[in-house]
Design a protein around this ligand. Structure first.
Ligand code: SF4
Length: 477
């Protein structure tokens, strides 16, 4: 049996997807995260005029198999699995590009299986069975949850590196569990165990950090490496809390768009059984996905919010961007920006656009209209070409400065309204162990985590501070 070779998402997703396919009896291996060498290799072997994710991902595959070819017969050992679609952007050309680049580099015999994301079908040896899809879905959900938790907890850890260390243990635990069983009855206890492990991390939620939502083209906002200049980690180092976009949101977007397209088809072409069957199947799948994700998320309800409804995002974007125009993130880039503005979900929206990306360029044009309608928004869109890291980061830093100022003002106003001071809160966090629990409940009235923490625990903070004053005064008298 050939080993399935795949990759291209985050390290957590790749590892848990590996467990999900191994659970079905396949052998699997993941590609490393794409780096600058991958980009160079991609540019060397791909057609000119492709977008950056194509260069990074295709170059990454070539780099890997070139190295491996010294040890083994690549075409006998591996079967490359990738996601494809019929476009309308360059994504539709990826398969051809993969094949061309493999031919150019002397590996034309490497077998490729394509999982079609819009038709929910496969082309090649791998059969996309119900169990296969179900396993992948669950692996994506667990990965989304672990990744989001890491981004919510890490900026507040009191011991540097503790979150990464424990998340690594959680990923290993999830990998072992999913490889053995993907049954829901085994996933729930695993997630409860994950929560228990994460509770060991000590946090200080009194640190006022601006919340930055990273959106943009799917691959570039998801990858964690040179493909986006390690932007998530860099933002954390610059003092921000990063709000990431779960891949489950992307899956729901695909399903919801198909539902709306089918409804339109019924309206235009007329009612028939086949169309209705398709509509009910898609609706059922979307409801099922959402319910299952929610049931996993609820274990961490005190930390993770539900995914925004696709209907809401669709309606938010509609006055600006025709949601039936697909390709890339479609209307999502506009919708997510508006969602952040209208529901105060982030202090700043950072949109990443890979070099040569057509849909993101289109969205950027429309973002200028959004900015003129909502001048209070802090928004920056940057292009990641692979060789402009300093420029990109310096542009983000300028906007980050504004976001930090807004976050600080929000904190000061919140403290004034609650009759608290920074000193009182910091004192309480140091004095009371319970306040250092990463899963301590937070209010939802502010954008800023520190303000939500202060509001939820104002009574405890006041009483701890009051008691310490009383003790000090009694000791003096
Ligand atoms: S969305 Fe943009 S970057 Fe992604 S495949 Fe399409 S053209 Fe390329």
């Amino acid at each position: 049996m050939k080993t399935l070779l795949f990759g291209g998402l985050t390290p957590i997703h790749d590892k848990l997807l590996k467990a999900a396919v191994e659970n079905l009896g396949y052998k699997a291996e993941i590609l490393p995260q794409p780096d600058m060498e991958s980009l160079k290799t991609g540019r060397e072997f791909c057609n000119k005029g492709m977008c950056n994710p194509a260069y990074f991902t295709i170059g990454n595959l070539l780099k890997f198999i070139r190295k491996k070819s010294y040890e083994t017969d690549i075409s006998r050992e591996y079967l490359f699995v990738t996601i494809g679609a019929c476009g309308p952007c360059r994504f539709g050309m990826y398969e051809t590009e993969y094949r061309n680049a493999l031919k150019e580099s002397g590996f034309s015999n490497l077998e490729i299986t394509l999982l079609n994301q819009t038709k929910f079908s496969s082309e090649g040896t791998i059969k996309l069975t119900k169990q296969f899809i179900y396993n992948l879905m669950k692996a994506v959900m667990v990965s989304d949850i672990l990744r989001e938790l890491s981004y919510k907890i890490r900026p507040y850890e009191t011991k540097y590196g503790q979150t990464d260390e424990i998340i690594k243990k959680c990923v290993n635990l999830s990998y072992k569990t999913l490889k053995k069983s993907t049954k829901i009855k085994d996933i729930y206890p695993m997630l409860k165990q994950v929560k228990k492990l994460l509770k060991k991390i000590e946090v200080d939620y009194s640190r006022a950090k601006p919340l930055i939502n990273v959106i943009g083209e799917f691959w570039v906002q998801t990858t964690e490496g040179d493909g986006n200049y390690n932007i998530h980690r860099w933002l954390e180092k610059e003092g921000a809390e990063v709000k990431i976009e779960p891949i489950s949101g992307w899956i729901e977007y695909q399903l919801f768009s198909e539902i709306e397209k089918t409804k339109l088809e019924i309206k235009i072409k007329g009612k028939n059984l086949k169309r209705y069957k398709k509509l009910f199947l898609l609706k059922g799948l979307l409801d099922f996905y959402r319910c299952l994700y929610e049931s996993f998320r609820r274990i961490f309800a005190d930390k993770l919010e539900s995914l925004p409804s696709q209907e809401l995002l669709w309606n938010l974007a509609k006055p600006y961007y025709d949601p039936f125009v697909t390709g890339g993130e479609g209307h999502l880039e506009i919708a997510k920006h508006l969602y952040n503005i209208k529901f105060k979900k982030a202090h700043m929206t950072l949109s990443l656009k890979p070099f040569g990306c057509m849909p993101s360029t289109q969205s950027d044009g429309i973002q200028t209209k959004v900015i003129s309608d909502y001048p209070e928004t802090v928004f920056v869109s940057v292009e990641t070409s692979g060789d402009s890291e300093v420029n990109v980061k310096s542009r983000i830093q300028m906007k980050l400065y504004e976001a930090k100022k807004i976050a600080k003002e929000e904190y000061m106003q919140a403290l004034e309204y609650m009759h608290l001071t920074k000193e009182k809160i910091e004192f309480a966090v140091k004095a009371e162990k319970k306040l250092k629990n990463p899963f301590i409940p937070l209010s939802k009235n502010f954008t800023l985590t520190a303000a939500n923490f202060a509001e939820k625990h104002k009574k405890t903070i006041r009483s701890l501070y009051g008691r310490s004053l009383y003790r000090k005064n009694s000791a003096r008298t």
